[in-house]
Design a protein around this ligand. Structure first.
Ligand code: F0G
Length: 346
């Protein structure tokens, strides 16, 4: 059905809002038996990578694009580390509006770049980082007829609340902890707002501790100061000055949650762990929460028996380069059964 049809009654939707959809949302919430056992918790993954463009962005983007059209926009613009641009380009394509995307040159995963180009967006590589590109996109959007669809657009965060609604609808109540990767800090703010809204209308009895994980080389919310030269293998969250920092801080403070950082090595180890023990191949940024939970477990700070949901924000297929650098090559053999049997015997 999509986010607008499914949850429109809880969102700022009017009769005039175009009913565009790529059937985003309604993503699986899966239980990880082996990892839960290892960590001594009940661990669920919200598979946002199952959205039509392979990331959580589609939930908010559908609403941002619909409202932009409702309000008379003639073109969309965004800056992105990759996933926002893929999503904006896809919804622009289905809605039939032009879309300009600004990417940090040389720092976007291959799959995401291919997506934006295939959907037909005008793709502009900026020789600078994401923060700089966003500043440029915001300025350019001041021109008449342009709608910025980054998470500075409030409709993005409204749409992304629906991830929290679905988790509660599925579990029957909110989890004890909710863990997610933090880049520009929109998603953690949106989930917090969603959990609050659901509690207000008595769909849940509690609000989870919001646990935000950043990459060590791009951790402005952990260090409490902007990071002028963010660097991490998790390019999706390579962000030094998050626009929703104030909302994210509020989410963490009000829930007694925390921001924490994990190293690139920990992120990549978690990516392999999630794939090989959980059966889910998520992109590096998506694995920061699992890396964080493993770190808290090592430090003796992960209470046993709690229910934790983590957001698998993007698909591992978007960034095959980073994956292939970590794992061995296939074993090549000739086309004889003997060679195959020799390999199988090890
Ligand atoms: N995970 C993935 C896969 C992302 O693409 C992003 C952000 C995040 C986590 C962090 O979410 O920004 O709401 O804190 N990607 C943006 C983009 C910045 O341009 O695609 P956030």
């Amino acid at each position: 059905m999509g986010v607008i049809k499914n949850y429109g009654h809880l969102l700022p939707v009017t009769e005039k809002t175009p009913q565009i959809t790529l059937e985003e949302g309604n993503t699986p919430l899966i239980y990880y038996p082996t990892i839960s056992h290892d960590l001594g918790i009940n661990l669920y993954g919200k598979l946002e990578m199952c959205n039509p463009t392979g990331s959580f962005k589609d939930r908010g983007m559908v609403l941002a694009v619909a409202k932009a059209i409702e309000e008379g926009a003639r073109a969309l613009i965004c800056a992105s580390t990759g996933n926002t641009s893929a999503s904006a380009a896809a919804f622009a394509a289905t809605a039939g509006v032009p879309c300009f995307v600004l990417l940090p040159a040389g720092h976007v995963a291959m799959g995401k770049l291919a997506q934006a180009l295939m959907y037909g967006a005008k793709v502009i590589a900026v020789r600078g980082n994401f923060d700089k590109a966003l500043e440029m996109a915001r300025k350019a959007a001041e021109n008449d007829g342009y709608a910025i669809v980054n998470s500075v657009n409030p409709y993005r965060l409204w749409g992304q609340r629906t991830g929290a609604f679905e988790i509660v609808d599925r579990l029957g109540d909110a989890p004890d902890w909710h863990a997610l990767p933090v880049g520009n800090a929109g998603n953690i703010s949106a989930y917090f707002a969603g959990f609050c809204q659901y509690k207000e209308i008595k769909k849940s009895t509690k609000i989870p501790r919001m646990m935000g994980f950043q990459a060590e080389g791009a951790a402005p919310l952990v260090t409490n100061k902007p990071c002028p030269n963010p660097e991490t293998v998790a390019t999706a969250i390579r962000i030094g000055n998050p626009v929703s920092a104030h909302l994210a801080r509020e989410a963490v403070e009000k829930t007694n949650g925390e921001f924490n950082s994990v190293t690139d090595e920990e992120i990549l180890a978690a990516q392999r762990y999630l794939a090989s023990k959980g059966g889910i191949f998520a992109e590096p940024a998506s694995c920061a929460p699992l890396a964080g939970l493993c770190k808290l477990k090592r430090e003796g700070r992960l209470p046993s028996g709690i229910t934790v949901t983590m957001v698998q924000t993007g698909n591992g297929l978007k960034d095959p380069d980073t994956a292939l650098k970590q794992v061995g090559k296939p074993i090549e053999i000739g086309d004889t059964l003997d060679e195959l049997l020799a390999v199988m015997k090890g």
